[in-house]
Structure formats: structure tokens, C-alpha cells
Design a protein around this ligand. Structure first.
Ligand code: ATR
Length: 265
């Protein structure tokens, strides 16, 4: 039946999410009739909101602070999302809610599409939700993965859980791939998680932060001759892969990235 495809992103706050713009473009580019709303959902409202999703939506994205909280509220969670401990995509099918994580494959696809080699050692800065998804993806791709976190106990716990190595920040000198998965730099062009003298002589730096788009971390990496990738390609790829879970169709991630860039202002 040619019904409307109802989609949304849930988060709190949600007003500045780039997902509505990206997915509206995807719907239109693929000739699908549908809507993608931004539904402000504080954590305490999540159970009720998921009931609405169960009844009236094809699927939703989840963002801060809901990715971890959703797991016990879903009917099924993919092994990957369970291992990461975070769901960013929910498919609502026949009254069932199925949880997925497209951040992890989205990260790898963005790197690959950027033309960067999938080469280690990889140092993941940050052992929070974003760091867990990236570490899981890189480990699954067969790389040697190091993890650093401001609170070392958290890095240690993640390392033991996923078979990684918790390292001091100085390990960056010997890494090839550096990923900023902390929130350092978010909304602050002067902040960086890594002193610039710790960059390796060759390699690639990826920042998951995209506000500002060019963080101090990326600027300093570039100045030292490293390959660099902003947070937008991963944002676009996780969105495109989520869209495919809902519809079976993969929108062009390059188009989604372009729209996200435009919406970033
Ligand atoms: P996300 O889902 O974005 O990963 P999160 O789970 O709250 O969010 O994780 C935030 C990450 O940023 C953590 O790794 C946090 O370090 P702590 O575990 O020590 O809190 C990191 N972070 C936040 N502010 C930081 C700062 N000023 N310096 C270094 N790391 C910071």
C-alpha cells in the first residue's frame, strides 16, 4: 500500500539535529512519500514515546541521551548494538521494535569512502558511547585498537570487554589512525583532546565532532600532514544505513552529507 512512511529522530535536546534535513532529502531523492520528524524526548518520556513508535512509525533514530537507555525497552537488539551497548536505529515492524547500531558500520564506510586505508594501530580517544561504537567497528575490522579515556578506569573496562589495549595519551605518537570520540572540541574551537606534539608522523585523524566542522584537533592534524576527516561523513553514513534498515533502499551518502553541511549553516 502506498502509505506514508513515518520516521523520526528522538533525543533531548533535538532542535539542532541534522537528521531531519538529511532524511527529508533521502525520501525525496528516492521518490518515497514520507515524513521525518524531530521529537524532543527526555529520557523519562522514552517508554511512552516508543509505544507511539510501535503503533505509528516505520522507524526512528535515537540520539543523546537515549541510545543506551533504549536497549531494555526494545523487543530485539542486534548482537552488534548489544555489544556496543547503544542503539541508534529502531525498526518498527508488525508491532515489534528492533534495535540496531549503524554508527559502527557507518564509521567504517565513511573512512573507506574517504579513500583512507583501514590501517592500525588505531587510537580511540574516548570510551563513552561514541568511542564504544568506533572501537567495536575497528576491532571487528581486524585492527589493533588502543583506547584512551580521561577517566582511565573507563578505558580499562572497555579494553577488557572488547579485547583492546588501554593506553596513555602518548601512545598517539605510534598510532596510524586517531579518532576523537570525546566531546572535547564540541562547541569550542579552542579545545582539543590531544596536544599537537603527540600526533604521529603519518596517519589519519578523524573527529566525530562536527560543530564546529573544523575542530582544533583536525586543524592541527592537517598542519602536521595527516589525512583528516570531519564528523559529517560518518553522520551521513549512519543515516544512510538507518534509512536502508527502514526502507531497503540506500540513499546516496554523499547527497546526505551535502545536505547535512548545508543544514549546519
Ligand atoms: P558520547 O555518547 O558522545 O560518547 P559520553 O558517553 O558522555 O558521550 O562520553 C563522553 C566522552 O567524552 C567520555 O569519553 C568523556 O570522558 P570521561 O569518561 O572521563 O568523562 C569525554 N570527555 C568529556 N569531556 C572531556 C574533557 N574535558 N577531557 C577529556 N575527555 C572528555
Amino acid at each position: 500500500m502506498g502509505g506514508m512512511l513515518r520516521l523520526a529522530v528522538l533525543g533531548h535536546p533535538i532542535a539542532h539535529s541534522l537528521s531531519p534535513a538529511m532524511h527529508a532529502w533521502a525520501l525525496s531523492a528516492l521518490g518515497l512519500r514520507g515524513t521525518y520528524e524531530a521529537l524532543d524526548t527526555p529520557p523519562e518520556a522514552l517508554p511512552e514515546r516508543l509505544q507511539e513508535v510501535r503503533r505509528g512509525y516505520r522507524g526512528v533514530n535515537l540520539t543523546v541521551p537515549l541510545k543506551e537507555r533504549a536497549l531494555p525497552l526494545l523487543d530485539w537488539v542486534s548482537p552488534e548494538a548489544r555489544a556496543i551497548g547503544a542503539v541508534n536505529t529502531v525498526l518498527s515492524a508488525e508491532g515489534h521494535l528492533l534495535g540496531f547500531n549503524t554508527d559502527a558500520p557507518g564509521f567504517l564506510m565513511a573512512l573507506e569512502a574517504g579513500g583512507f586505508p583501514l590501517r592500525g594501530p588505531a587510537l580511540v580517544l574516548g570510551a563513552g558511547g561514541a568511542g564504544r561504537a568506533v572501537a567495536y567497528a575497528l576491532k571487528g575490522a581486524g585492527l589493533r585498537v588502543w583506547v584512551w579515556n580521561r577517566t582511565p578506569e573507563r578505558a580499562q573496562a572497555l579494553a577488557e570487554e572488547m579485547g583492546l589495549e588501554a593506553v596513555p595519551l602518548e601512545a598517539a605518537r605510534a598510532a596510524y589512525l586517531l579518532v576523537n570520540a570525546t566531546s572535547v572540541g564540541l562547541g569550542d574551537p579552542g579545545a582539543t583532546p590531544l596536544p599537537p606534539e603527540l600526533f604521529p608522523d603519518e596517519g589519519v585523524a578523524v573527529d566525530l565532532v562536527y560543530r564546529p566542522l573544523w575542530t582544533r584537533f583536525l586543524k592541527e592534524a592537517k598542519a602536521r600532514g595527516l589525512g583528516v576527516q570531519t564528523g559529517l561523513p560518518m553522520l551521513a553514513w549512519q543515516g544512510a544505513l538507518a534509512f536502508r534498515i527502514w526502507t531497503g533502499l540506500l540513499p546516496d551518502p554523499v547527497g546526505m552529507e551535502r545536505v547535512a553541511l548545508g543544514a549546519l549553516g
